[in-house]
Write a new protein. Sequence first.
Length: 440
Amino acid sequence: MTPKHRTPLTLVSGLSPGANHDVTSLLRGDDQRTAVVHHDLRRISSGVVLRTVRLGPDESHTALELAHGCVSCTLREDLLPLLRSLSADPDVERVVLRLDESMEPEQVSWAIHHVLVGDRPVIEDVEIELVVTAFDAGSWLDSAIGDETLAEHGLPGAPDDERTLAQVALAQVEFADVLVSAGAPPDAWTAARTNAVLRRVAPAAPVVALPELSKVAKGAEGLEGVEPSGTARDRLLRVLPSHARRGEVEDPHGSLLRGEPPLRPDCGVAVAVFTARRPFHPGRLYDAIDVLLDGVVRTRGRAWIASQPDTVLWIESAGGGLRIGHLGAWLDSAGAPAWDDVSGERRTLASLRWDPAFGDRHQEIVVVTHDADPQHIEDTLRAALLTDTELAQGRQVWTGWTDPFGQWQQDWQEGWQDDPRDSTERADARASAHGEGNEK
């Protein structure tokens, strides 16, 4: 049986509207059979989304009124069916999807792969061939290390969207196959520090300057090592590494150091990798959370807390925003998924780590810093682990301890299935670990 042809799809994301527009235009070029789709979410809190579709000489603008003002509603009710419709149009050869500045490409990719439209996902109709993130070289670093919310920055979303600009900035570059830099840094130090951060959070993504891409689109010499023929899209595809993810959502139970980021400090930017084979004390970890925020660009990792012995906790921070969620059960727990139902990578890592008493339970947290001492992070987290005396007390005692993390939990996997936006809208902690309510 001949495999069904899937329409090539490129995602364009980034915080800068101008850069996103320029990259999208270059990727379209003069190709009259490339459809360009954009959803403007600036009025989504009022339940209105402005959709623009350009194909050939035609450009349509449609105001969509949604029952619920949220990104997931836009995905389910309009974007996914639209992608299927475009894939069936004989006049459409490929699609470029320019995401709103507040959107993260991973959530869109997840929805394309997993959300059913009718009885099947849209990934059966389209093939994500490239994810591009544009960033402003002059302002991106400040966005990535700050604690300003999207609303404070002028990127309002749904009323309950409390994400920080840093959370979106980091998520956009981490998921990219290629990064396009626009603008100019104010000085050489900012340029060097920006590059140092990008090499540690998105080590596998090549960086292309927007002027170079413009030269390529005009048929001039542009990208080093690439023949001067073809479109801007062709050139970007050729510089991608063979292991580019191309929209694949990676297993959060897998490696946290994909792409082999440099571990040596550079321009004050460093990587701390914390590992341990005993659980955290919930109270002491709660008190230590500030160490994952102050002077930190990004934290990502899996944690084992004594009061929740069967739960894989996920800890993620960016700038001043923190998320505590969970990834389901450890493979050694009673509620674990079947061994054959998890990824091969997770099975391999679990086998290598397996402990006779605790199975695959472990701590692994990767922290990228810009103004913090990695050794202080290591010492602080290690002090939050159970002592030998506490470890000997066993689970019956551990599960009776006060657990400040219980009220923060949101199920990562169920959240994605029910609402892809839940993967990025966090239980936030801004600026300090001693805020109010659920803010830590």
